[in-house]
Design a protein around this ligand. Structure first.
Ligand code: SF4
Ligand code: SF4
Length: 73
C-alpha cells in the first residue's frame, strides 16, 4: 500500500478515544508505533511511517490521519 505515503513533515496517524484496545493495529504495524497507553492505544508519531495498515484492521474505525491526505489546502 503506497497511497498514504507522504513526507515526514506530515502528521502521523492518530487514534481516537473510541479505541477498543483490541491490539490489532499493533499486530499489523511494521514499526513499534502502535502502543498501548492506559485503556486505549496510541501512535508514536516519530515511529509511524504512515503505511495505513492499522487503519484497515481497526474494527472501531478509530485511526485516522492527523492531516488531510491530499488536496483541500
Ligand atoms: S485496532 Fe483500533 S480498536 Fe484495536 S487497538 Fe488499534 S485503534 Fe484500538
Ligand atoms: S500507519 Fe503504519 S506505521 Fe503508522 S501506526 Fe499504522 S500500521 Fe503503524
Amino acid at each position: 500500500m503506497t497511497l498514504l505515503a507522504t513526507s515526514a513533515a506530515d502528521g502521523a496517524f492518530v487514534i481516537a478515544a473510541s479505541c477498543a484496545a483490541c491490539g490489532e493495529c499493533a499486530n499489523v504495524c511494521p514499526e513499534p508505533a502502535a502502543i498501548v497507553s492506559g485503556d486505549v492505544y496510541r501512535i508514536d508519531p516519530d515511529a509511524c511511517i504512515r503505511c495505513g495498515a492499522c487503519v484497515e484492521v481497526c474494527m472501531t474505525s478509530s485511526i485516522y490521519a492527523a492531516r488531510p491526505l491530499a488536496g483541500n489546502t
